[in-house]
Design a protein around this ligand. Structure first.
Ligand code: ATP
Length: 304
């Protein structure tokens, strides 16, 4: 009787396993269908631009731009945005969460096409530039830069066919990363570990800035790290930005302490530009920038 019961429970287990496998197979077929659907998609932004001028100053102008995401067309995420980023200047984009800062950057990178208005680069609409050319000239360093398992040197030179050690060092110097890299036992040959987990947030960002700078972009966009960097790291990233000029620099600033030296600060909320000016001008005006600072600093000072 005992062996019959054991046989029965084995049989039930096997049947259950088969049902699971069959369920997984059905899911896989569904997922494969989605992958093919994805691969067959037509790009939403046109890639037919041909302009590749030899010289570019990196002058950016958003002209009466309005935008809704394709998935929520009824809601305007940006409304009639006009702004200008001049070569050799640092602009900080600030504002409450969900206000539209990242969306501005996504449009600048041409992930989407605005429904109204346009973005001009050196006076020409973004879509008139050749796709790869544009991505070389407008570089983005995200909050969580992706570093690959491999040496720091390879991470900086990533994807470039011919680049000398001197160019790598020079990019690292401009990104304020050279001295910390040189102090590591294996220097530029140091393995950053899987996904760069052997480096601090600020070090990773500076390596990513070096990776962007070696491509000599004319416009550099940095999404500032939200999590607390130690004061020294924060200063080093800030110094890296200062030595980047004459590029046009745009920083999405989450922590307002770091952007007081920006040439202009643009406050965006609910998809509109509320204010723009220097730190001093905006502080004197006591408007939305002033209030945003007060609110953020009170939150930072409040013990959790
Ligand atoms: P944060 O400081 O939190 O990063 P943000 O100012 O960068 O915020 P955005 O990310 O630009 O704000 O978001 C603006 C609005 O657009 C938000 O209401 C957000 O929910 C919405 N949004 C962002 N990405 C998408 C998307 N891919 N599809 C639909 N709506 C989106």
């Amino acid at each position: 009787l005992v062996s019959f019961i054991l046989y029965q429970s084995d049989l039930a287990n096997n049947i259950r396993t088969l049902i699971y496998i069959f369920g997984d197979m059905l899911n896989s077929v569904g997922a494969a269908g989605k992958v093919f659907e994805y691969l067959d998609r037509e790009p939403e932004v046109s890639t037919k631009g041909t302009l590749q001028p030899e010289t570019l100053t990196g002058h950016i102008r958003f002209h009466n731009l309005s935008f809704s995401y394709p998935t929520r067309q009824e809601r305007k995420v940006l409304q009639d945005i006009s702004l200008e980023l001049k070569p050799g200047t640092l602009t900080a984009l600030v504002g409450p969460s969900g206000g539209g800062k990242s969306t501005c950057v996504s449009l600048l990178e041409r992930f989407y096409q605005p429904q109204e208005g346009e973005i001009l680069l050196d006076g020409q609409p973004l879509q008139s530039y050749q796709h790869h050319y544009l991505h070389r000239k407008v570089a983005m360093v995200g909050q969580e830069p992706v570093l690959f398992s491999g040496s720091i040197k390879d991470n900086i030179a990533y994807g470039l066919k011919d680049c000398s050690l001197e160019q790598i060092h020079e990019a690292a110097r401009r990104a304020n990363a050279h001295s910390f890299i040189s102090q590591l036992e294996k220097g530029y040959e140091t393995d950053v570990g899987e996904r760069g987990n052997q480096l601090s947030g600020g070090e990773k960002q500076r390596i990513a800035i070096a990776r962007a700078l070696i491509r000599e972009p004319q416009v550099l966009i940095l999404d500032e790290v939200t999590s607390a960097l130690d004061a020294e790291s924060e200063l080093k990233v800030q110094e890296a930005l200062n030595s980047c000029r004459p590029q046009t620099l745009l920083v999405i600033a989450h922590r307002l302490k770091t952007i007081e030296r920006a040439h202009q600060i643009i406050v965006i909320d609910e998809g509109r530009v509320l204010e723009q000016g220097t730190h001093k001008e905006l502080m004197d005006r006591k408007g939305s920038y002033y209030k945003l600072r007060e609110r953020l600093f009170t939150e930072e000072d409040t013990p959790q």
